[in-house]
Design a protein. Structure first.
Length: 418
């Protein structure tokens, strides 16, 4: 067998099992060297993320020794692995690699981070000397297919989470996010996710406002920003300076009224302000959204964007599957061509050896005084007879046995016209 991909992911295994099966970055080189030394694979790469651990093997000895190695290395028993392990041989392994790199097998459909993680996994395997002709070709083609999917479909064009949608809407309001300031009200997971998406889009100036100053400081430290705590006396000043406001608190009443936003706008000389109110109940009075130069989005607004984005990505995913199916066929054609390499090498070797021997005989006859023209003609006749002997005998036997398949193959192989 040439290829095998086996592993577990967020759909087949709980977090506790995925944690035990994970490989730290520094553990990959020795693990890869051990895997190709006595784990049953001549080529190997390990993809390990928070959502999956997968082993890609080329020219392997079968599934059992690979699973035995994984159990020894991670300390997980076969029983604990249970039905969490999936395995994909040959063309299924190729398709799986293409789908993973394209974001079709991710928790968030179309997410782009997995492609970078696969590139890191391949480079780690190559640096450890664990890859060869098969996996080198597989991963290079995988990266090419993922790029084609990103280019030719809209798989990554639309948001599929509230946090991503919030950052995308802010990017629609401001042409250059790297020049904008953000005020984050609350220090929970929702605010943090939006903030991280904003950072990815270039926002570096952030201030976290929270009743607990310690929590505000912890999040601000992670984001490289500032923090303010209760009683939030500095809120009006920071609100007036904020181009983007992200709010998600547990307050039962609005914490930003229309008046506060109106005063901030006046201090800003009506420079536009984007407000993302992700709280339920809402943190911002809806009337604030009617103010000129205010772009106010609540949870329902973002959910409509997400639903639209999800539908778009599902359509793109179907297009991506067609691209992948075609590329799998092309890759497997190359894989099958490898099987002919030893036969081609042996055939060429026999031809070259015979040609060298006959050429040596012709040269010796010419040195002994034979007419060069006659020596060359005899060389051609002897080579033609020698090269045609075995194929001719095989075709005579095929004719006698009624083997029309071999006769048809010979016509195709030697490009015979009749």
């Amino acid at each position: 067998m040439n290829l095998l991909a086996l592993g577990l992911n967020h759909e087949t295994a709980p977090l506790e099992l995925r944690e035990r099966a994970a490989f730290a970055r520094e553990a990959l080189p020795p693990a890869l060297r051990e895997l190709v030394a006595d784990g049953g694979a001549r080529e190997a790469a390990i993809l390990s993320t928070c959502n999956r651990t997968e082993i890609y093997c080329g020219r392997h000895a079968g599934e059992r020794p690979l699973l035995d190695w994984l159990c020894r290395r991670t300390g997980i028993s076969r029983e604990a692995l249970g039905g969490s392990i999936y395995r994909f041989p040959d063309d299924q392994a190729v398709k799986h690699a293409f789908r993973v790199a394209s974001g079709l097998d991710s928790m968030v459909l179309g997410e782009p981070q997995i492609l970078g993680q696969m590139k890191d996994a391949f480079h780690a395997a190559a640096d450890a000397g664990a890859t060869g002709k098969v996996l080198n070709r597989l991963f290079q083609r995988t990266f090419s297919v993922a790029k084609q999917v990103r280019t030719d479909t809209a798989i990554g064009a639309n948001p599929v989470s509230l946090a991503y949608a919030g950052a995308a809407l802010a990017a629609q309001v401001f042409a250059r996010l790297n020049e904008q300031r953000a005020l984050l009200i609350g220090a929970g997971e929702t605010v943090e996710l939006v903030a991280r998406h904003l950072r990815e889009r270039g926002v570096t100036q952030m201030v976290v406002a929270n009743r607990s100053l310690a929590r505000a400081q912890n999040l601000a430290r992670a984001l490289g920003g500032g923090a303010i705590g209760a009683p939030l006396a500095q809120m009006p000043e920071h609100l007036a300076r904020a181009d983007i406001v992200v709010s998600a608190t547990a307050s039962t009443l609005p914490i930003l009224g229309k008046g506060a936003v109106e005063r901030a706008l006046a201090a800003r000389r009506h420079k536009p302000m984007c407000i993302l109110d992700l709280a339920v109940p809402r943190d911002v009075e809806p009337q604030a959204g009617k103010l000129r130069d205010v772009y106010l989005y609540c949870v329902d607004d973002l959910r409509r964007v997400v639903d639209s984005g999800r539908d778009s990505r599902m359509r793109a995913a179907r297009e991506a599957e067609m691209i992948i199916d075609l590329q799998v066929v092309r890759f497997m054609r190359w894989m099958r061509s490898l099987e002919s390499v030893p036969a081609i090498r042996e055939l060429r070797g026999e031809i070259f050896d015979a040609a060298r021997a006959e050429a040596g005989g012709a040269l010796r006859r010419m040195e002994s005084g034979e007419d060069p023209r006659e020596a060359v003609e005899q060389l051609a006749r002897r080579l033609a007879k020698k090269f045609a002997h075995h194929p001719s005998e095989a075709l005579r036997r095929a004719q006698a046995d009624g083997d029309s398949g071999l006769l048809a193959a010979a016509r195709k192989l030697f490009n015979l016209k009749s």
